[in-house]
Ligand binder design. Structure first.
Ligand SMILES: Cc1ncc(COP(=O)(O)O)c(C=O)c1O
Ligand SMILES: N[C@@H](CCOP(=O)(O)O)C(=O)O
Length: 467
């Protein structure tokens, strides 16, 4: 298995090189040369396996033997040892039609831990085995940053810098990042929004001489390993359902912002998970909904919502979807992304829109509807959703067609991370101890201007370049 770029100008590389490259050196996103598939019989044989075993099986299709089997098993075992649920990702039945897969039982109470605990350990492994310098650069709307920092704090040979939008993450998210005192962590609070943070890091990754000199490594869903690790929970959700509930295929409702969460589902479907509908749930930052419904991909005014981690306009993984949508035609992807850069929007023909709607359905959930869904599910089922997970459930409610069989809605964060919103509807919750203890700790972060140059100047001082 080799890896290539959506823009076609990266010579095929192996698994570890792909992991280290992060963003393709031609500015594209990395994808596998050919997506491996799992037959229905083989998938059936995975029934009853633990999450760790399913992950091992999925990753073994992609790693080319570059990580010896025992090492891969240990990396996976270590990564989920700190999850608080014995199932790692428990599946909770809400009613006959709907189950919620809780992805937030890791150290930072968000679904990002599923992939990032593994990636942190993989970076430490690669640093040790290959003597690579690992200088991680990431952008966050709140969850990726906390999770990535938790996965590498204090680890030998690794430095991590995270950009977050100043004042636009929840209080708990900010504390999770900025109360970490390890010297290998730098938190930059950027005077802008998440799109600005993501643009700055992508510009720095695209500057190949800077990237090479400072050994920049990606932890965002820019990195294909993130996408792959997230694909595993689609397999696991399918396998955890009783046979009768999954017969004929299942549906997922997926809160998404950077198109990473749902693109992982799209990948799992291509690999062979019998997924019928993939429902894309956004908040009021609804560029992806407009793309699916109207065939227009165009950022519009940024809005702050109750689900701040999905306050995203420019969705990084849109380009990966485009690549497959355009029949893996890298020249056409390049032409369309160039057009997007020049004109600030992409429009799709009616025939194309019909095909997009064959892959995805999409719903944008307003602030009021989000809170209403939280109130409703707490009242009806005694189940407390966080605002991101509530967008997923609200989209499921609207997707409607219960005749399609079982739905799994992905619960992407613990409600305690977004108590600001939950309190608005008068629901009191008790924080897990690992969250309540954050409020007494000192914070450390550096304010920085919304510019690539300002960030680069700080990185030059922070990163280690010796091996
Ligand atoms: C809690 C939560 N839910 C959902 C999402 C959406 O995930 P993605 O942006 O990978 O699609 C994010 C981050 O964007 C998040 O932090
Ligand atoms: N919601 C994310 C935004 C970054 O997305 P990523 O999947 O590319 O890391 C966050 O919480 O930071």
């Amino acid at each position: 298995m080799k890896y290539i770029s959506t823009r076609g100008k990266v010579a095929p590389i192996g698994f570890i090189d792909m992991f280290l490259m992060g963003l393709g050196e031609d500015g594209g996103l990395i994808v596998p040369e050919k997506i491996p598939t799992v037959s229905a019989e083989r998938l059936q044989a995975w029934s009853g396996l633990s999450f760790q075993e399913v992950m091992f099986n999925v990753f073994s299709l992609y790693t080319n033997g570059e990580i010896p089997e025992a090492d891969l098993r240990k990396l996976i075992g270590d990564s989920y040892a700190g999850f608080t649920s014995p199932d790692v990702l428990p599946l909770t039945k809400i009613d006959d039609g709907l189950s919620v897969m809780e992805l937030f039982h890791g150290p930072t109470f968000a679904f990002k831990d599923v992939a990032l605990q593994f990636m942190g350990n993989l970076y430490a492994y690669v640093a040790k085995e290959r003597g690579e310098v690992i200088n991680i650069l990431g952008a966050t709307s709140g969850d990726t940053g906390a999770s990535a920092i938790s996965s590498v704090r204090g680890k030998e040979g690794i430095q991590i810098c995270i950009l977050h939008p100043d004042g636009k993450v929840s209080r708990v998210q900010e504390l999770q990042m900025t109360t970490v005192q390890d010297d290998n962590v730098l938190n930059l609070s950027v005077n802008g929004n998440f799109d600005d943070c993501q643009r700055i890091i992508k510009d720095l990754f695209a500057d190949v001489s800077f990237k090479t000199k400072y050994h920049l490594r990606a932890i965002n869903s820019i990195n294909f390993v993130r996408i792959l690790a997230q694909a595993v929970y689609y397999f696991y959700a399918y396998l955890k359902l009783p046979e009768a509930a999954r017969a004929g295929g299942i549906n997922f409702s997926v809160p998404t912002g950077n198109f990473g969460n749902i693109f992982s589902g799209y990948l799992a479907k291509k690999m062979g998970v019998p997924i019928k509908q993939l429902v894309l749930a956004t908040n009021e930052n609804n560029i992806l909904e407009r793309f699916v419904r109207e065939g227009v991909y165009k950022p519009e005014g940024f809005r702050s919502t109750h689900s701040p981690s999905m306050d995203i306009q420019i969705a990084s993984n849109f380009e990966r979807y485009l690549y497959y949508f355009l029949g893996e035609d890298a020249a056409e992807v390049t032409a369309r992304m160039d057009r997007f850069k020049a004109e600030g929007q992409l429009t799709f023909t009616a025939e194309e829109v019909a095909r997009i709607q064959g892959d995805l359905s999409a719903y944008s959930v307003g602030n009021e509807e989000c809170l209403e869904t939280i109130r409703d599910y707490k009242g009806k089922y005694g189940y407390l959703l966080d605002p991101h997970s509530a967008c997923g459930v609200a989209a499921y409610e609207r997707a409607g067609s219960k005749a399609d069989g079982t739905f799994v809605s992905l619960a992407t964060a613990h409600p305690a991370k977004f108590d600001e919103a939950i309190r608005l509807i008068g629901i009191e919750q008790k924080y897990p101890e690992r969250i309540s203890e954050l409020f007494d700790k000192p914070q450390r972060q550096t304010a920085v201007d919304n510019s690539r140059e300002a960030v680069a100047a700080l990185l030059v001082d922070f990163y280690r370049v010796d091996s």
